[in-house]
Design a protein around this ligand. Sequence first.
Ligand code: KIV
Length: 284
Amino acid sequence: MNPNRITVPGILARKSSDKKITALTAYDYCFSRILDDTEIDIVLVGDSLGMVVLGYENTLPVTMEEMLAHTRAVKRGIQHALLVGDMPFMSYQVSIEQAVTNAGRFVQEGGAEAVKLEGGVRVADKAAAIVRAGIPVMGHIGLTPQSVHQFGGYRVQGKSFIDARHIKQDAKELQKAGVFSIVLEGIPLELAAEITQELKIPTIGIGAGPQCDGQILVLHDLLGLNQDFVPKFVKQYAQFAEQARSAVQKYVEEVRSGQFPSHEHTYHMQSGPLKKVEEQGGGK
Ligand code: KIV
């Protein structure tokens, strides 16, 4: 095992250090290699795959087979980051048996080192069973996208006292279940700070303010590749969609004008033009 590899105990130990946990999503080999060349701690094959790569309206149609294919691709590019597979909708809600079986598939078939699942109190029994099977679990509470229909849209959660209390309860139940970290998504900064302070395990925020123990973003949001709605919590560190569009447009124009392929992008025979060699009686 690579001695520089990020491990689950290593992530847990960050709770008592002041080095923030950094996490991003990836869905393919090309980007997982790029991420792994940086100091990123965790790479999550998120079910956001459904929206940013597969073009679905939300994450609900994503299947285990799709998640496993992309987890395997990401795995091939990773040497040091911790690889977490995101359990898709209906892969863990129905029964403990299904939850453990599908979590096991992420490890056995996908090469993931941990799985993530959405929900607190209502999935704590599934999380505990997966942990008992020896598979580390990352929790995910607050604005959990798989419950979009229950929320009536992607709305910030935990703004009222009662809702905040439920989310705190979710966090505590997940900690009791043995998860090694919890993603806090789309909740007010004050609530995220309180949960972070009260838990012994690290919190990883997305739209939850700066006081979490770490941060996660969808890679395509960070790179400016996602051209749909850009939420308030997203910082675009690049404008890749714009750059990709103008590169492709330039290619189209250069092919049409004959500028591409030029001499430097073309192969040449050692002996010169074929016709000339034939005239000189060569090439018999
Ligand atoms: O699916 C996903 O990408 C996620 C993260 C953004 C937390 O769940």
